[in-house]
Design a protein around this ligand. Structure first.
Ligand code: EPU
Length: 421
């Protein structure tokens, strides 16, 4: 097993380049299965465990996957005939559910193992299923797999009951080859939803309105290979912005789309940090004591749930009281017990974390209970006095590429060790 070891107390300084968006890449790779001709060359793919897992699933389906460099994959799905994605890798991660939409639209049938992912709450897929059924698929769940069959898929008007990133993307993929027009309402507007729509359009789909309240998909006959570059990761960027503020550092975060970071920038400014936007960069500096703020997570363009855990580490040492209300996931405060081991003064009442800032955190052995919890522990370790060891870092490796190298380059004392556990 591996751990991250951090000796805290260094203000981060310098510049860090953000990689491609995990939550876009993990949808784009399954969507590449829809291309029945030609190769997809996809650039700016983050080098993370979730992507490695998807590469294995693509190969198990019969795709040819070539790694052109660390961040570029070539996926050739033209010879795929297999619509059965039932491997341990499929079960291991959340985004494998995008194979349902992709295989269904291409083959009019699919069998996909139910997905895993971070333990942050109940993660139903009823809205995905509602969409597939509306398009004409018969859906059953048997022995832990979703099995879908359709004589043909026909466009439909679908109004989602909850705003879901996964359901929006999955049904959008499934509708690309359906006959006629599909209208999706009450959709997610996250930047990665738009990115997946752009990727599908580059393959030949006809999708309009991604990023707004209504997405319209005019079905086409086939999708073909293309070249595409994934957008920068909003959440990785937000994590480095927060780490810069937490260590009272001076960090320029490059390869970002500042517009995607507005809700995070606004909160950091409200706390008293200086946030300067460039065309494709953001600089975060702190020249005074920060103050507590209240945060409520909401779908985009609101404050992202995936950034609230890192934020709780920052707010732990900020004077005054802060409240974080998690409105998307019912179980995303599990990391708070770990932060408490480092001296944080936080109480959780239902979905609200009540944080009373303390003067300092102290290093401890703590666990990354999920991906973003792991990022929170790294930030806490960076500000804490003494040594922090983070266990279960496989969660962090699922979504943050080479995290210790990036923080080391900013001056942090952080490295990875192997231990017998
Ligand atoms: N929901 C339903 N029914 C559904 C789908 C979702 O009730 O069929 C509910 C969920 O229980 C949740 C809410 O809707 O309360 C939102 O869930 P959503 O479907 O938007 O989440 P997701 O697609 O499973 C993605 C990201 C998460 C991120 C959420 C919200 C991926 C692979 N995962 O999950 O990212 O928290 O959107 O933005 O894209 C992470 O990166 O750490 C992470 C967990």
């Amino acid at each position: 097993m591996e751990r991250l070891v951090i000796n805290g107390g260094t203000a981060l300084r310098g510049s860090v380049e953000i990689n491609g968006a995990k939550n876009a890449a993990v949808a784009i790779l399954p969507a590449a299965v829809v291309a029945s001709k030609g190769k997809c060359v996809i650039d700016n793919i983050p080098d993370i465990e979730d992507v490695h897992c998807l590469e294995r699933i693509l190969r198990s389906l019969g795709c040819t996957v070539n790694k052109l460099d660390n961040n570029t994959l070539e996926v050739d799905s033209s010879d795929v005939t297999n619509f059965d994605a039932c491997t341990d890798d499929v079960r291991r991660m959340r985004a494998s559910y995008y194979f349902i939409g992709a295989l269904l639209t291409r083959f009019k049938q699919a069998k996909v193992q139910l997905p895993g992912g971070c333990p942050i709450g109940v993660r139903p897929i009823d809205q995905h299923i509602k969409g597939f059924e509306a398009l004409g698929a018969e859906v059953v769940i048997e022995h832990g797999s979703v099995i879908l069959k359709a004589d043909k898929l026909v466009g439909a008007d679908i109004f989602f009951d909850v705003v879901s990133v996964g359901a929006t993307i999955n049904v959008m993929i499934a509708a690309t080859l359906a006959e006629g027009i599909t209208t999706l309402e009450n959709v997610a507007k996250e930047p990665h939803v738009v990115d997946v729509a752009n990727f599908l359009n580059t393959m030949g789909a006809n999708i309009k309105g991604a990023g707004t309240d209504i997405i319209r998909i005019m079905g086409v006959k086939e999708l073909k290979g293309c070249s595409y570059s994934v957008i920068p990761d909003q959440i990785e960027a937000g994590t480095f912005m927060i780490a810069a503020a937490a260590t009272k550092g001076d960090v320029t975060i490059t390869n970002v789309i500042p517009k995607h970071l507005e809700s995070i920038s606004a909160k950091l400014k409200e706390m008293g940090a200086i946030v300067e936007e460039g065309d494709d960069s953001i600089r975060v500096t702190v020249d005074k004591e920060l103050k507590g703020v209240n945060i409520k997570t909401t779908p985009y363009p609101g404050f992202p749930t995936d950034v609230q855990q890192p934020m709780s580490a920052l707010l732990s040492t900020v004077a005054g009281r802060s409240l974080i209300t998690e409105s998307i996931w019912e179980n995303r405060h599990k990391h708070i017990d770990e932060l408490k081991k480092m001296g944080s003064n936080i109480k959780v009442e239902g979905r609200v974390a009540i944080i009373d800032g303390v003067k300092k955190l102290t290093g401890a052995i703590v666990k990354a209970t999920d991906l973003r919890a792991g990022a929170a522990m790294v930030i806490a370790g960076l500000v804490a006095e003494g040594e922090t060891q983070i266990t279960s870092i496989e969660h962090i490796d699922r979504g943050y590429p080479h995290i210790e190298n990036k923080f080391s380059a900013l001056g942090a004392d952080i490295h990875r060790i192997k231990v017998q556990e």
